[in-house]
Design a protein around this ligand. Structure first.
Ligand code: ZN
Length: 325
């Protein structure tokens, strides 16, 4: 409350009162305040008790019973210390499922070609069996008119995709990470996905079509049953993966569906790719753009566009992996 000066006999503030009178007045006022304050303290104690911890005791569960206060957190001992004592009372670690939606998922990413394939023509041109025929072990890939190689593009985008997927909890395996002198062969690129029992596999490419052609497309496996290849189990899920990928990539990059493939649908189905024919896990290829088209080349040589491309690819994979369950 605000302090008020006592009044003199004329009703004016007693500014001229003696020091002793003012002291006496102060004592009276303080004496009057003590019971008020004491009552206030009692009221505080009644509501909150002693210490902050008793606030939890006032909590009420949904069925009306008091909720016991949560015990103070137990400090986790260092690994190997105090085993069986304090450690046994520590709560078990709870997986952060919401934060890592792709935990437990395995994705194989195949960065198309290899920057050094051109230095190893004998190995790269050697024929391998791809079920319904023979193909070169690998190819050098295309490049932009200015000389930006497809193999550099695919590796860069693949690494960006990996970063996004790993942040979501996925296990990501590469078929090559710029760490091989050449290749690997397309047969091995398929086998790596199979051996990993990948939930999804993708081969990343840039196309080399006519200068007036532009846009991206996704390549799905055709039904191939020949020479040990059998794509029948993966044709359906690969198509689902391809549709998710086409949608997400288009949204992320604004890149149109390829003008020169399959009526502009953004989808193609092929039976001549060893990486698809030999896969036993859901797998697609993506041709992110036409490196021989000036507009697409401008995008594909831009790091910020490659990041958007990677976000789109990761989103497509993620969508497929999440509705797989
Ligand atoms: Zn390619």
């Amino acid at each position: 409350m605000p302090f008020e000066h006592p009044l003199d006999k004329y009703g004016r503030p007693a500014r001229s009162a003696s020091r002793g009178a003012r002291a006496a007045t102060l004592v009276v006022v303080l004496a009057a305040l003590v019971p008020v304050c004491f009552a206030g303290w009692l009221g505080w104690q009644a509501v909150f008790g002693k210490g902050g911890g008793s606030r939890a005791a006032a909590a009420i569960s949904q069925d009306g019973r008091p909720v016991p206060a949560r015990p103070a957190p137990t400090r986790t001992p260092a690994a190997g210390a105090g085993a069986g004592t304090a450690a046994s009372s520590a709560p078990a670690a709870v997986p952060r499922a919401a934060a890592l939606p792709l935990a437990g998922k395995v994705v194989v990413i195949d960065p198309g070609h290899n920057p050094d394939n051109y230095q190893h023509p004998d190995q790269v041109n050697a024929l391998v069996r791809v079920g319904n025929g023979s193909k070169a072990c690998d190819t050098t890939g295309t490049e932009t008119d200015a000389g930006y190689p497809e193999a550099d593009f695919t590796l860069d985008v693949a690494r960006r995709v990996r970063a996004v997927l790993q942040a979501e909890g996925a296990k990501v395996i590469f078929t090559q990470d710029g760490n091989l002198p050449w290749g690997p062969c397309v047969t091995q690129r398929a086998e790596i996905g199979n051996a990993a029992h990948a939930d999804a596999a993708i081969s990343i490419h840039g196309d080399g079509a006519g200068a007036d052609d532009y846009g991206f497309h996704v390549i799905l496996p055709a039904v191939v049953v020949a020479g040990g290849a059998d794509t029948r189990p993966i044709v359906g899920p690969s198509r689902t993966l391809g549709l998710d990928l086409r949608s997400a990539f288009h949204s992320a990059t604004g890149e149109p569906f390829a003008t020169y493939i399959n009526g502009g649908t953004g989808l193609d189905v092929r039976s001549d790719l060893g990486g698809l024919n030999l896969s036993t896990v859901p797998k697609v290829f993506i041709e992110c753009g036409n490196m021989r088209n000036a507009t697409d080349a401008g995008r594909m040589t831009s790091a910020s566009w490659r990041q958007r491309a990677a976000q789109g690819i990761a989103s497509g994979l993620s969508a497929f992996l999440l509705h797989q369950n």
